[in-house]
Design a protein around this ligand. Structure first.
Ligand SMILES: Nc1ncnc2c1ncn2[C@@H]1O[C@H](COP(=O)(O)OS(=O)(=O)O)[C@@H](OP(=O)(O)O)[C@H]1O
Length: 311
């Protein structure tokens, strides 16, 4: 009976507590909303916010970053389409050239070969641009894909994208180049036939198989003709592959001239590494980074093979 009499009182207390908790909840939620709401951008500011997020993401994922000590520079750097391309030739010395040029403070070069104009054109210019390292205004953006030189669609595609682009081709004695190419192929697929049996259609008449890739790539004049359908000769610079080894500073000097850059990479940047048999870059002071692309060569094709092919 007493419990029955107390019931309305308990109900009232319960209701009072519920109302108090509910009010407290609303007050807390309002405070939270006010505090967090201040960090949200105005409607008109939202693009800036998104840009900052994008910029941060780009900075973190940048394959190469501009001078990390200068935050001011970092913010003014952007990804742009290349101004110059090393378009070939495979096994001509394109890697060495790119690594030499990367020393120049006015050059920003992509390390990997993007194969955009020959294989991945369907990915679009946005993708291609996103692959490029960030560069400051005035810096030259570059990439190298040696297969461009022999890919029939490439000159037209590059021309449509940028008719002022500067093109660089490293050429090397086509026979030595073919042997080098074959050496690379056989290192990956050791069971392939000998160089001679692939190179010659008819050994006794000396007729060669010019469609065999190591020989086909060396038909420089034929490939060049396609480029000249789109670009004037003055827009194409030829690097002498053999001289790139015997006089790297001279060859790189001419490339710097061609790109309209000050000759900053000079003799003093190179030394001849006898073990590797190639000129290498001197390490910057305090750096332990090796010039690793210049590997000593094993299993080269003997000179007798080269001679028999030339004969
Ligand atoms: N400094 C230096 N260091 C190492 N290699 C040098 C250098 N300069 C030129 N070369 C020659 O470059 C040849 C490889 O050419 P690529 O870099 O164009 O090859 S690739 O197409 O990217 O696979 C490579 O060919 P092979 O020696 O026949 O393998 C070298 O002869």
């Amino acid at each position: 009976m007493a419990a029955f009499n107390n019931a309305p009182l308990d109900l009232r207390r319960l209701l009072q507590r519920l109302v108090t908790m509910f009010s407290l909840g609303i007050i807390c939620a309002s405070i939270l909303y006010l505090l967090l709401g201040r960090c949200e951008p105005d409607a008109g500011d939202s693009s800036g916010w998104n840009n900052n997020k994008t910029a941060l993401r780009e900075t973190l994922s940048a394959p190469d970053s501009v001078d990390a000590n200068s935050s001011e520079k970092e913010w003014s750097a952007s990804r742009r389409l290349p101004h110059a391309l090393i378009i070939g030739v495979k096994k001509g010395g394109t890697r060495a050239l790119l690594e030499f040029l990367r020393l120049h403070p006015d050059i920003r070069a992509l390390g990997a070969e993007p194969h955009f104009f020959d294989r991945l054109f369907a990915r679009g210019l946005g993708w291609y641009r996103s692959m490029m390292p960030k560069a400051l205004t005035g810096q030259i953006v570059m990439e190298k894909t040696p297969r461009y030189f022999v890919s029939p669609e490439t000159p037209g595609r590059i021309h449509t994208t940028s008719r002022d682009i500067k093109l660089i081709v490293v050429v090397r004695d086509p026979v030595t180049r073919a042997v080098s190419d074959y050496t690379q192929i056989i290192s990956k697929t050791p069971d392939i036939p000998s160089f001679e049996s692939l190179a010659f259609r008819n050994r006794s008449t000396g007729q060669i198989d010019s469609l065999w890739s190591p020989l086909y790539i060396g038909l420089y004049a034929r490939h060049l003709q396609r480029w000249l359908d789109y670009f004037p000769l003055a827009q194409i610079h030829f690097v002498h592959g053999e001289r790139l080894i015997s006089d790297p500073a001279g060859e790189v000097g001419r490339v710097q001239d061609f790109l309209g850059l000050q000759r900053i990479i000079t003799d003093k940047h190179f030394y001849f590494n006898k073990t590797k048999g190639f000129p290498c870059l001197k390490k910057p002071e305090g750096s332990s980074r090796p010039t690793a692309w210049a590997k000593p060569k094993a299993g080269r094709i003997p000179e007798s093979t080269r001679r028999s092919f030339r004969a």
